[in-house]
Design a protein around this ligand. Structure first.
Ligand code: GLY
Length: 359
């Protein structure tokens, strides 16, 4: 078991990472409040892991709610199901919510915890690679809105994150690849060695080799913890974690939430951001090709869906949370292991990328 710290003063917390973590009561008990415990999960993950977690939390007699699985349910209606359950069953301000599932469940539970009775405690128990390396850490919580992805939300840090890489054995192959998009992102923005390691080990990750998964998860969590500690509310460096997301969120919104998985949209978005960079000579063509190749080897798209028009991209990208005074800001790679957030990019480079002009 490895334990990392997210140092945020009074909101500091630990990330416990290890196979079998899900069944270790002591990893949870110290982080729970005095009141009742409610596990929030979905109808795919619940049948696989809810009984195990209930057993680990047995001393606290947890209740549980299972909501429908999938990004298209990350909305007000599903959140209201959770609020109704909590209110009907008398959960008070001393309650703790436990998010058991992927990024949708973590984001929804975290936002629910941020709002319920003006804020209660919650723990993250992520069961997808994407949530284990990214979504469960850092306190960004949200639901989607018809006008845009993650548009209604709050910063609300969990009391702890318990990562059991053993849960990845049951993850659908598409979901596993989706998580790899975020792993590739970390290499690109912050760690050339991780990117190089991925080029050599991506097949092991796809084959669910546990030591390889452990390595990737630990490194990504280290990077994320450091970035969040430096910039909890995304006033600066944290925005780098959005590499590929401005394009990706536009894809998710345009196709309909859940049509492409979040990581698939982010992967295409990473390739598009890299294309903008290469058009401005911020990235070498050979580096661009390495990025596209790694994305492809991870089982992910490195082109946007043909159905999304340049006009849709521009409309949805303009609603991005990084827009300031109406100016689009993009996260763009500057080599491998380095990226910038910039509003000073060449508009033609973006337009040529959106219209698929040959490089
Ligand atoms: N997923 C990006 C962030 O947490 O900032």
């Amino acid at each position: 078991m490895n334990t990392l710290n997210v140092p945020l003063g009074t909101r500091s917390y630990q990330i416990h990472i290890g196979s079998g973590a899900l069944t270790q009561p002591e990893l949870f008990s110290v982080h729970l409040q005095k009141g009742a415990v409610c596990i929030i999960t979905d109808d795919r993950v619940g049948p696989l892991y809810l009984a195990k977690l209930e057993q680990a939390l047995a001393a606290f007699e947890p209740r549980s709610v299972a909501v429908p699985n999938g990004e298209r349910h990350k909305n007000w209606r599903t959140l209201d199901m959770v609020f109704r359950f909590l209110l009907k069953n008398g959960f008070g301000r001393d309650a703790t919510l436990v998010a058991l599932g992927g990024g949708v469940i973590g984001d929804l539970t975290g936002f629910g915890a941020a709002c319920y009775q003006r804020g209660i405690a919650y723990l993250q128990v992520p069961t997808t690679l994407l949530a284990q390396v990214d979504a469960a850490i850092g306190g960004k919580t949200a639901i989607n809105h018809v006008y845009g992805k993650n548009m209604i939300g709050a910063f609300h840090q969990p009391r702890a994150v318990v990562v059991d890489p053993g849960t990845l054995v049951t993850l659908e192959p598409r979901e596993l690849s989706s998580g790899l998009a975020e792993v590739i992102k970390y290499g690109l923005i912050a760690d050339e060695d991780l990117f190089l390691w991925l080029e050599g080990h991506v097949q092991e990750l796809l084959d669910r080799d546990l030591p390889a998964l452990n390595h990737a998860i630990n490194r990504c969590c280290e990077i994320k913890a450091a970035v969040v500690a430096e910039d909890e509310q995304e006033q600066g460096r944290r925005a780098l974690l959005n590499l590929g997301h401005t394009f990706g969120h536009a894809i998710e919104r345009a196709l309909g939430y859940g049509e492409w998985l979040h990581g698939e949209a982010v992967a295409a978005g990473i390739a598009m951001a890299a294309e903008v960079s290469v058009r401005m000579d911020w990235l070498k063509p050979a580096e661009y090709r390495r990025i596209c190749r790694l994305v492809e080897r991870a089982g992910l798209p490195n082109r946007p869906p043909a159905a999304v028009t340049p006009g849709q991209f521009l409309e949805y990208m303009q609603r991005d949370k990084k827009v300031r005074q109406g100016r689009q800001r993009l996260v763009l790679p500057k080599g491998i292991g380095q990226a910038v957030v910039s509003d000073d990019f060449d508009a033609d480079a973006l337009a040529d990328t959106l219209t698929h002009k040959p490089l």
